[in-house]
Design a protein around this ligand. Sequence first.
Ligand code: UT7
Length: 323
Amino acid sequence: MIRSIVKGVGAYLPEKILTNEDMARLVDTSDEWIVTRTGIRQRHIAADDEMTSDLAIAAAKQALENADVDAKDIDLIVLATATPDQTFPATAATVQSALGIKQGAAFDLQAVCSGFIYATATADNFIKAGQSKNCLVIGAETFSRILDWEDRGTCVLFGDGAGAIVLQAGEGTGDNSDRGVLTSYLRSDGDYRDLLYVDGGPSSTQTVGHLRMEGPEVFKHAVRNIADAITTAVESVGLTIADVDCFVPHQANLRILQATAKRLSIPDEKVITTVASHGNTSAASVPLALYEGVQRGDIHDGSLILLEAMGGGFTWGSALIRW
Ligand code: UT7
């Protein structure tokens, strides 16, 4: 059967860093509160002239180089973002042009913090259907542009960044030992859309709006939904949680990662955490963590890795990949 194999991974973080001490000069907060409640110590912030596409292009170039795949062979770009450069055209089209790609399709996908999982599942299905052979899957965000910098309950939590992978069609036997995406699981429940949202948009207010969140409510659902995403994915292919070598979770809050790990008896050393240095980068968070896992040597050929995320919508999901 056709499998979508990860050939390379790339990442980009803007140069500017805002520490918790910097945040305490902007709003009524403290390093102690932020670290205790979230595990975040700093976040990267895009420069005034840096757009989501710039971050995405940098991550995509690195992923292509790492994959040893020529940009001209890419026939699909799926870019997950909730902070596009413009309402349209898609930021993916800007990336396509910047990389000199003259074939295939490019589009944006909007599932907020779960965006990279949705984009991976989408590209995997294009590959399995025989419609694409080499896909760039990107998560890129400039959440700093949609934060209310006077709301201490949200502005301390998020940061900017981008991550990307190259998925390539390959042959597999169809069993769990195959390299590539073994399964993906996507969920949403729009009844909860008022717990995490942006209070603006082209059709409602004709403004971009600011992020609003009922933090404690989202927290409760996050632990439950992430546990659902993990168990459903591994069980669907006849594996167990113990078989997974490395968990690559969405990085919203260290306490969510720890509570999920405890609930599912996952040892801490199997969980990649980047939240301390990146904050929550929404759709960029999972590929940035993936990049970190590869750099640290925790993810290598043959590793069974599980990506998972949960975010606005609500949306949540997972992807189980043999590296
Ligand atoms: O990526 C998508 C998914 N997102 C998430 O998963 C986020 C989920 N939620 C969370 O991570 C947590 O709920 C937060 C980190 C957002 C908040 O932590 P919490 O422990 O749930 O705190 P809280 O919202 O219940 O607030 C506790 C107190 C409040 O004061 P009072 O009412 O107890 O006097 C807040 O006003 O902390 C106060 N507070 C702050 N204090 C200092 C809220 N933000 C801050 C702040 N600095 N930045």
